[in-house]
Each structure stands twice: as structure tokens, then as C-alpha cells.
Ligand binder design. Sequence first.
Ligand code: GLC
Length: 733
Amino acid sequence: MTVEEKIKLLSGGDAWHTQEIESVDIPNITLTDGPHGVRLEDKEAGEFFQSKPATSFPIEAAMAASWNQDLIEEMGQKMGEECQYYDVGVLLGPGVNGKRSPLAGRNFEYFSEDPYLSGKIGASFVKGVQSEGVGTSVKHYVANEQETNRMVVSSEVDERTLREIYLLPFEMIVKEANPWTMMCAYNKVNGTHMSQNKKYLVDVLKDEWGYEGLIMSDWGAVSDKVASIKAGLDLEMPGPGKEDEKALQAFEAGELTIEEINARVKVVLELVEKVLTEQKDVDECDFEQNHKVARKVAEESMVLLKNEADILPLAEDSDLAVLGKFAQEPRFQGGGSSQLNPYNLETPLAEIKKHGTVDYAPGYEDEEINEDLIAEACEIAQDKDKVIIFAGTTEKIECEGYDRKDISIPESHIQLIKEVAKVNQNIVVVTNSGAAIDIEEFEAQARGIVHAWLPGQAGGSALANILFAKTNPSGKLSETFPIAYEHNPTHLSFPGDIKQVEYKEEVFVGYRYYDAKKLDVKYPFGFGLSYTEFEYSNLELSKRKLKNGEGLVVSADIKNTGDYAGQEVVQLYVKDHEAVVRRPEKELKGFTKVHLEPGESKRINIKLDERDFSFYSEKLGEFAVESGQFDIMLGSSSRDIRAVETMEFDSNDDLREPLTVNHSIEKLLEDERTGAEIKAILDEIDIDQDNNFYSILLGMPLTVATGILRSFNFSEEKIEQLAEILENTDEEL
Ligand code: GLC
């Protein structure tokens, strides 16, 4: 290939393909969205971006709420099948960005506020898709937690927060699932565009984590082609390249070397070859089977938030009112690049009708209150056994490209619930949203609340199965539902300004913050009710004391003590009793989902390794464990801890801050590196240690204290010995 052709190859050929180079028989491959199913442009459709029919799976937030890694891997495998059917080589997903604010417009398209849950579910997703010989693109690398100014804003984040919260899901997926591609984010991180941020594209991703796949840009994220090639970005999307001429000039001027160009070309060619090698000649796809998998994911993701007086499950052949337009025109997917053309879209109304006598009324048209529609709904509701009302966010409120203004649902939905409650108390509210919403506004009027997320094309039958107990709900919230948005730590800094957004809450994101502030929340991270109950007992640790490089197994008995078969998500949280840095009250470090028949008991085992006790030490520039005690907690939610055991970690990592002559004598006395020596010298100085002059002296830095002692004519020899302690130290204390 000529240099021109090589540079051409480093950009797409168009919106959804890599560049073909005919002179050397390099074909292109197809890359397309998205994380909730295949969104392949249907050129014959005649509509702007109508896509080919494909299975619409539940949104990522729902996938995470299933806490079921095997199921999400199976779902990924089905997505991979549909990619092969449509000759798609790389599926552009999953998105694994964080959820620092409930207002972020694409929270529906990301897994969780907790990076460990995001990493585990994301790895399952990637393994599933790639098991079918189709690539994935883990996005948006990194710190893209808002839509506002997303293409220009700089996310200002400290290194520890990046490592422990925002980079962690990417690191876990790279190491556990080896994604074929990664997608860099639009935004800057600490002032440098991610498309040309060598520190995170090369130093961290490729050198430290050993990533060998391709890094592409988000669509339009390259602002300087030469800088992006030099910083390790392999492929600019979409194509054709905007600055190929500039890149050629830079090469001719010696600012861009052939080695740099060849290094990127090699990665692009490896991806093209991998896709072509793995491509299967598939001319059929079992969309019906995939629909069943979509239903199972939806069923396992729905969260039973409230079930007062066991209003749920509903009896078959109940006389029901079903209210709310979402029952007829389902809110099943999020808006933007993940949107697709569902192969078989059910409606909740039609599915509920299969189980009982149902009268329906829309109750609202849009976000505005409509008195006539509410009156019609009340008329229908008043004589019914029970009333099911659909409420939640609309696409106008929650979508890619913009952030929400608050966490409220439309006034028209709230008013409908309040007015119907005046004529019938037996209300079950089904909420559709991709992120936390304000439940306070209608909770009192609802005896039952089922959060259905945006459940994909099979959400109707999944919901009906939950409402009528064909399936026992087992979903657990993948993000906290706060009592009020103002309780969230980002409400004073989100979304920043055109220049930057500061991640001032540091690692205290989601439940990590609400725990630290001891704030009540509406529904905690990891919360979800069941039609049955589970008992935890016999928590055991395989070891009570760990050293570096060692791990342990956490075991416990989980018993179904109720009348329904069901699944329990056992969550494992770790608490560090004491550290040189501020650490969250608890952090999720393991989970397992266990199916139990009524009365059945199973023993679960969860492994922990050194990393699960670590935090990122900016001093050491790596994750490290501090010696001391840790609590191992098992819970049914982050706020429903059922069992705790304490253990000890004896670490070689020296995380103590370096001591200097500016530290107070008191600090030097406390520290094992200097305490004994300092004490011996002070004891030899003729000074009344009960006198408060002595305690004042202890609060002084060594440099000042020696001067004070001289001015009061204390022993020069002893003063010299004190001063020498730190000056002679050969290691940096
Ligand atoms: C969009 C999104 C990204 C998507 C890409 C292609 O801007 O940020 O997630 O994969 O462009 O549609």
C-alpha cells in the first residue's frame, strides 16, 4: 500500500464500514450499533435511519439489574447470532460509563452506578457476542458521564477516582473478555481529548492492561488526526477521514513517522482479517428463540419495589383496569444510537389481557395533564378489583444527546395516579425509565410498584409473567433511587460548564456517597423484593488472615423460607476498617444469583482475591492493600446486610505517607518508623512532660521544635540528635 492508502485505512469508508483498499484487495467490514440489539441501516426502508428488524433486548441498566452473568452471556450470544445473520462484524457496545448523576441522558445505556457490577455484566455481554465470532466495542473510554457538551467538555477527575470507578469496568472487561475493539469517548479527560490521550489509550490500556485490540473513535470524536495517530488511536469513525491530507503532509514533514502509521495500519488489518475469518455464511436466524431470551432478561431485570398487603401477584381472571398510554404504546427502548427496529414488539396491554378481564384507558397523551383522559380513566377504574397504571419517563425526557433536568416523571402521569387513587385504592404502578426516578411523588398512592426499566420487545409478556407470578421477580436495582435529586453529590456540579465538569465527589458515587453521608434513600442499590423470603446463615471465611497474593472463599447457606420458588441475588460487600485514604463504607466485590424452591437451601461460595481489598494508591501508582481489618458482608441489598464476618489482611504494601521534618513530633512519635527513636531522645531531655509546654512542643514540626528547645537552652546534643533523625534517613520517609 502507498502511504496515502495507509492513511486512508485509518478512517472509516463511511458511517458504518471500514475503508476498503481495492488496489491490494482489502475489503471493508461492517460496524454498527448497539448495546440493546443490532441496529443495521436498512437502505431500502426509505426512512432516515430505519434499521433492519432485529431483537430489541432490555436496556443495559436492566441487564445489570438481572445480576445474572450467565443469562447476559446467553443474550450476548443471541445478539452475535443476529450480527452474523446481517454480516455485521463488530457490534458497537456495551457502554460501561459510570452513573455519577441520575440526570445523565444515557444512563439507560450504561449498566450500573457500581463499577464492579458494570465490569462483570459487561464482561458477560462481550463474551456472549464474541462467542459467535462477532466483535464488540466497549464504550465510551473514558469518563463520559453526561450528554451536555459531551464533545468538548473536559472531565476533571483525580487518578484514584478514575482507576477505582470509571476505568475499572473497562479494565475488568479487557482482562476477562478481551474485546475485539474499544471506543474512545468524545470528551477530554483532565484537558486532553480522549481521541488523542496517549496516557489512557497507550500507557494504561495497551501497556499496563496488555490490550491488543483496536481502538476506534466515537463518531466524530477525532479533532486532530495526526495527534490521534501518535496517541495510539487506530481508527477514526465515521469515515472518510476529515484530515487525511493533513496527515500526509505531517508524514512528509517528518512529524508523523511511517512506524507510527504502520503500527495503526497493522491493528486495523488484524481486525478486518479477524472479522472475515470468523464470518459465517448464515441465511437464517431463530428470532423466536431470541425473543424468548429477551423475555427472560426482562423478567429477571424487573424490580419489585413495593408490595403492600401482598397486592401482588394478581390472581388469574382478575377484573382489571389497565391505565396509561405506555401499556398500549410501550416504552421499551432508549432514544438515540441504541434505538432499533424491534422484530416482534409486544404490548403490556395485550399480554395482560391474556390473564384477566381488562378495560383500558390511556390516561395521558403526553407530559401535559389531560383532565378528560384522567376522568375517563377514573370512570373505568372505580369498580375494578385492581388497577395497573403505567408511568415513567418519555423519550423527550430521557435520551442520548441531552441530560434530564430533574428525576421527575411527567405531571400527567402523577396526576393520573393521584386521581385514580381517589376512586380505587388497589393500585399497582408499573414504572418505565432507564434511570432513577422520583417515586416519592406517587408512592403513597401505590400499593404495588414494579420497576420495568425499558424492557425491550418482550417486556409485555415479561411483565405479565411477573404480575401473575408465572415468574417470581428477582431483579435488584443497579442504581440507587434517591429520595430527592438534591441528595445526590453531583447536584451542585453537574453538568459543569462548556469547558469542564469536576468529579468532586471522587469515589463517592451512588451508594458509596449515600452510605458515607448516612442518608436515607428511597430504594437502595441492590434492592428488590420477591414473592418469597430468603434466610442467610452459616457465613464462613476460608481464611481469617490474608497476605499479598492470597485469596479466600466466602460461603453461606441461603434458604427459601416462603411459598414461591424464586431467585436471590446474594451481594458481597467489603469494608476496610481503616486506611490512609477515605474509603467508602462498603464496596461490592462479589455476587451470585441462586434459584431456590420453597424450603430449599443451598450453600453459595464467592471468591475474593487481593484486588478486592485494594484501593488505588497515587503514592505507589498502583492498586495496593493496607494492613488491617476488613468486614466481609453478605446482603440482600446494600442496605440489607444479613451476615458479617471480620478478617485481617497483613500486607507488605507500604502505604504510609512519607514523613518529613515538617511533620509534628506527635506524628513522628506515632509512626513505627520513627516513634521509638524520637521517644528515647525526648525522654533524655530534661523537660516536664506533664507540663502543657511539652504538649505544645509535640504539636510542632521538628524543624520549629528544635529552634524552640535551643531558645530555652535545652541540651544542644539532644537537639542535634532530634534534628538528625530525618536528615540521615536514607529512604524517603
Ligand atoms: C454515537 C454514540 C456511540 C455510537 C456511535 C455510532 O454518537 O456516542 O455510542 O456507537 O455514535 O452510532
